[in-house]
Design a protein around this ligand. Sequence first.
Ligand code: GDP
Ligand code: MG
Length: 136
Amino acid sequence: MSERTLVLVKPDGVKRGLVGEVISRIERKGLTLAALELRTVERSVAEEHYAEHKEKPFFGELLEFITSGPVVAIAVEGPRAITAFRQLAGGTDPVEKATPGTLRGDFALETQFNLVHGSDSPESAERELKLWFPDL
Ligand code: GDP
Ligand code: MG
């Protein structure tokens, strides 16, 4: 049974030239790309995307960051794609939680600048894919 998840290469990943690395790991895992777009995020989309973090102290910073430059949005497809990509990404804190071998563990140092986003549940994936790829 196949499912879809939303992956973002965040502005830090695009600026550092790590888009190919992220896509390569997704493909090597056996997942496929159902849609892909380079896009500068409007503030309203960023707020909607991160709505669950509205009350967090880092919400303002997070919006500034995610709208600071283009992101690459990817709809990723495959068996257990949501969990599979979260495993490829590694934990949120790239030093304390993400282990070497994961994207964050290999390429990031700060929690905010942790390279990628991946939907965390089927409900999030559905909501986020509707927001980023309404026509998919
Ligand atoms: P994720 O699902 O692993 O991306 O993590 P969360 O949903 O908990 O947080 C969303 C994003 O907010 C993270 O990927 C980070 O970019 C950022 N973030 C999370 N926690 C913190 C924090 O304590 N401080 C800052 N500055 N950013 C954070
Ligand atoms: Mg999250």
